[in-house]
Design a binder for this molecule. Structure first.
Ligand code: UD1
Ligand code: MG
Length: 464
């Protein structure tokens, strides 16, 4: 039987305590925004359990920004507007008012936009309980040594109810089992009970938690690790959540055979892929859509963003890669900078203080020291000496340099683009190439040396 679920992301809140310009759902988290996490996990939850349904974000505070962000990235997500933030039950009412379809799903999942650690695994466990025990509603709970701020779980005969911090008695405040704010509900059940929720409480808000009752068929599912439900209300919690997510990512990679020298100082974003046998040193930042192969070496201080690194490649100390591609066995650094479009061929070598931009280097090519290569094609096995520059910019346009295969480009040379050097060419050191060279040519543009014997003393100045 295919089950259907309407998934609701509560994202109407303001998030004042974060002190950011952005509304809370758009607070940064790793290389994403907070709201990306529940949206993604719901998607995984849907596919893993072959569920039908759609995701709806309840938006309110700065809703234009939140809506634009989500709509640009997730074409299928729907929106419900909560005009005033009157409480979580009111937010869910806005959701059910947004379309008749929302009433038809078997179940309704409610998740907050600010709990990025919650994963599809918890959602799946809740679904299992709901189905197997045939109950009407499940709330995820956990034990918290310092429960202040959370709703407390008061267990009853068949069910339970939740008392919010403000409304709790001194005894109730001592209860350590707390509400996570994550619920999976039978849609018929929530529709029936949502009607009766009022705002007769200390906050004057409509509490969604009031739909749980002691004598009804509702279950509190306790999770052993509270960190999963950590909500982001301030910058300290944001930092904690990011640390948890990073450690989770590192554990996942380690379990697949990636070796970390000191994972507490290694920063790997969510979507980065790393192959087995790869060694990652500390103080490295791997971000964006980076994909790293097997048996790769990433030395300390390297920053790698949106890059592809094939098997057996090496990124040596303090190298920066952004939008770069390293083929098998290529070596980069130490202290190299690869900018977008740098494509380093199999076994090719880029050494220290070399910057490469939008350039393709063939197999075995070498640019070993202090050079700038931009908008260039460099052929296989070509060796570029120290201090080489592609003069690619004429102040208005970027021009292309082409160098063939098996060339030797002497140190301190420049190519003034657009220019083309054929295969098997030799450029003498200190040469400025301004004209094309055919295959097998030699070029030199050095000023002849003048040596005047015994004349040095005229130029050597002594301190007064
Ligand atoms: C809520 C729960 C509490 C639980 C805690 C877990 C209620 C009444 N209380 O309290 O039992 O322990 O979460 O973190 O639900 N939101 C809206 N519209 C509103 C109000 C809130 O969209 O009118 C959204 C917020 O943006 C947020 C979520 O709902 O994503 C939770 O709201 P929040 O005000 O943080 O509830 P808590 O007081 O933390
Ligand atoms: Mg909260």
């Amino acid at each position: 039987m295919v089950m259907s679920i309407g998934a609701v992301i509560l994202a109407a809140g303001e998030g004042k305590r974060l002190k950011l310009d952005a509304p809370k759902p758009l607070a940064p988290c790793l290389d994403k925004k907070l709201v990306d996490f529940p949206l993604r996990e719901i998607q995984k939850f849907f596919s893993r359990n072959k569920l039908q349904g759609f995701r709806t974000a309840v938006v309110g505070h700065q809703r234009e920004l939140v809506t634009a962000y989500i709509a640009n990235r997730y074409a299928d997500v729907k929106f419900a507007i909560q005009a005033q933030q009157l409480g979580t039950a009111d937010a869910l009412r806005s959701y059910f008012n947004s379309s008749a379809e929302t009433h038809k799903f078997d179940f309704t999942l409610v998740i907050c936009a600010d709990t990025p650690v919650v994963s599809e695994l918890e959602l799946t466990e809740m679904l299992k309980l709901l189905v197997e025990e045939k109950c009407d509603a499940v709330a995820a709970t956990f034990f918290e040594a310092n429960p202040s701020g959370y709703g407390r779980i008061i267990r009853g005969k068949t069910g339970f109810h939740i008392v919010e911090e403000k409304d709790a008695s001194d005894d109730q405040r001592k209860i350590n089992e707390v509400n996570s704010g994550l619920y999976l509900l039978k849609t018929a059940y929530v529709l029936e009970h949502l009607k009766n929720v009022d705002s007769n409480n200390k906050s004057g808000e409509f509490y969604l938690t009031d739909i749980f009752k002691d004598d009804l068929n509702v279950k509190a599912l306790t999770f052993p690790v509270g960190d999963i439900f950590l909500g982001v209300n301030n910058l300290e919690q944001l930092e904690r959540v990011e640390k948890i997510l990073r450690l989770k990512k590192i554990k996942e990679l380690r379990d697949h055979g990636v070796r970390f020298i000191d994972s507490t100082h290694t920063y790997i974003d969510d979507e980065v892929e790393v192959g087995a046998g790869t060694i990652i040193y500390p103080n490295t930042f791997l971000s964006g859509k980076t994909k790293i192969g097997k048996n790769v070496l990433i030395e300390m201080g390297s920053q790698i963003k949106d890059s592809f690194i094939a098997d057996n490649a090496q990124v040596l100390t303090y190298s920066i890669l952004d939008g770069a591609r390293l083929h098998i066995g290529a070596q980069v650094g130490p202290l190299a900078r690869l900018r977008p479009g740098a494509d380093i061929g199999e076994g090719a070598k880029i050494g220290n203080f070399v910057e490469i931009k939008k350039s393709v280097l063939g197999k075995g090519a070498k640019v070993s020291h202090l050079s700038y290569v931009g908008d260039a094609f460099i052929g296989e096995e070509t060796n570029i000496g120290c201090g080489f520059i592609t003069c690619n910019y004429d102040g208005a346009n970027k021009n292309v340099t082409k160098i063939g295969k098996n060339c030797f480009i002497g140190s301190d040379s420049q190519t003034v683009a657009p220019v083309e050097i054929g295969d098997n060419c030799f450029v003498a050191s200190s040469t400025t190439i301004t004209k094309d060279m055919p295959d097998g040519a030699f070029a030199i543009s050095r000023t002849p040396q003048v040596t005047k014997e015994g004349m040095a003393h005229r130029f050597i100045k002594k301190k007064q």
